[in-house]
Design a protein around this ligand. Structure first.
Ligand SMILES: Nc1ncnc2c1ncn2[C@@H]1O[C@H](COP(=O)(O)OP(=O)(O)OP(=O)(O)O)[C@@H](O)[C@H]1O
Ligand SMILES: [Mg+2]
Length: 396
């Protein structure tokens, strides 16, 4: 079944962005016209299931555009919601007279708008699709987590961020264990050795969305995993294949982006071809660190490397894990040593982290409201606010 098509007719860029973002999140297919005239033409061309129509617009105002759409519409009657600037009764009546079915006064809460849209679609017999389903467009964000040093908590952060995005923010989330030789998400998540992995995905000559979906392992927390090879020997198969055909990895990442709002990648420590390609294709790289001297030294090297690769500064974000653990180096010291700000911090809570590890149940699932759960929820919320806004900005 195709997604429900919504046409947004509004000249205000900010409103366009908000509407596109909100509607896409709800699984609608969104089209945008920036004036009344373009709205009338687009309505005829794309045959939308519903139209959101601003009132004051250049060329043709919302009333006139609505009238023209009604006059020219020989087929089904498309539901139209007017977006009015004030709660003036006269204006509202004018809109209804022109042929609108409902109106909503700006500024409105996105949830109210969605409720009105769904009610109107239900009334007019048009079926709004639920949020799930692969046809709905995704945010398509690819985020790599790279540890500046072994044991700083990269896997812990990658797993729990993925779970927070899925459970707290209701994002479709995949977790890719790209630590080919020593990936330990199987252990962290209590998954057996016989489940499929990146080895199967990368060896498949005709990999498509359906096949990849079947190779993903669903975890009870709601995230889906593309696991690391079950043993270090099989890592060679992956490295070989990617070296001979870099397009194979690109295709996997592309399919992941298409199917999920977020693909979280837990990368290996060595900066080899495989990791470099992952970095290259990521929207953001979270460099996980702790506040100790050897780690700071590594972070400097990593930042220099990223710089020489031509990555923008904003693509590389620093995450200080165990931020309140006593190391003799505080955040200010660390920032001045690095000459840049630390972007995010996650507190230290050894008990919570270790008991989650030993039970095979991530703290974001077992104790989402504990101190570490709260810290990761906040981190997920903060990164989602930035990344989803980027998508909304680019979506128009
Ligand atoms: N915020 C935290 N507070 C307390 N302990 C933590 C925290 N984050 C991680 N840990 C603990 O640190 C240890 C290492 O974590 P993890 O395996 O996630 O690190 P890593 O960087 O992925 O390691 P590797 O280099 O082996 O891949 C684990 O015992 C984990 O429970
Ligand atoms: Mg790890």
């Amino acid at each position: 079944m195709a997604a429900t098509k919504v046409l947004v007719v509004d000249d205000d860029l900010n409103i366009q962005r908000v509407l596109v973002f909100t509607l896409k999140q709800e699984g609608f297919e969104v089209h945008v016209a920036s004036d009344g005239q373009a709205g009338v033409e687009m309505a005829a061309a794309i045959d939308p299931d519903l139209i959101l129509m601003d009132v004051a617009m250049p060329k043709l105002d919302g009333y006139a555009a609505t009238q023209q759409i009604r006059a020219g519409n020989s087929g089904r009657r498309v539901p139209i919601i007017m977006l009015t600037a004030e709660a003036d009764v006269e204006q509202r009546v004018k809109g209804l007279r022109a042929g609108a079915d409902d109106d909503i006064v700006k500024p409105f809460h996105p949830l109210e708008l969605i409720a009105r849209i769904r009610a109107l679609l239900a009334r007019s017999g048009g079926g709004a699709k639920p949020k799930t389903g692969t046809e709905a467009p995704t945010l398509s964000r690819l985020c790599s987590f790279y540890g500046a040093k072994g044991g700083v908590g990269t896997t812990t952060l990658a797993i729990n961020t993925a779970i927070a995005l899925a459970t707290r923010l209701r994002r479709r989330t995949a977790l890719f264990d790209a630590n080919l030789q020593f990936g330990d998400e199987r252990v962290f998540l209590d998954l057996g050795l016989d489940s499929s992995s990146i080895v199967n995905a990368i060896s498949e000559p005709d990999l498509d969305a359906d096949l990849l979906k079947r190779l993903m392992v669903t975890h009870r927390s709601g995230i889906e995993l593309l696991l690391a090879p079950p043993n270090p020997e099989q890592a060679d198969i992956v490295v070989e294949r990617q070296r001979n055909e870099p397009g194979t990895l690109t295709n996997i990442l592309h399919l992941l982006r298409k199917a999920y709002d977020y693909t979280i990648v837990d990368t290996g420590r060595t900066i080899d071809d495989f990791t470099l390609q992952l970095f290259d294709e990521s929207d953001v790289i979270f460099v996980v660190m702790t506040a100790d001297l050897s780690c700071l030294k590594n972070v400097r090297l990593v930042l220099e490397t990223m710089d020489s690769l031509g990555f923008e500064r904003s693509k590389v974000q620093l995450v200080l894990n165990r931020s309140n653990a006593y190391t003799g180096i505080n955040v200010d010291n660390a920032e001045s040593a690095l000459g840049r700000k630390i972007d995010y911090q996650v507190i230290n809570e050894y008990r919570g982290a270790i008991s989650a590890l030993n039970s095979g149940e991530p703290f974001m699932s077992s104790r989402p409201d504990g101190p570490l759960g709260a810290a990761l929820s906040k981190f997920a919320q903060d990164i989602d606010a930035v990344l989803a806004a980027e998508v909304a900005g680019a979506g128009v």
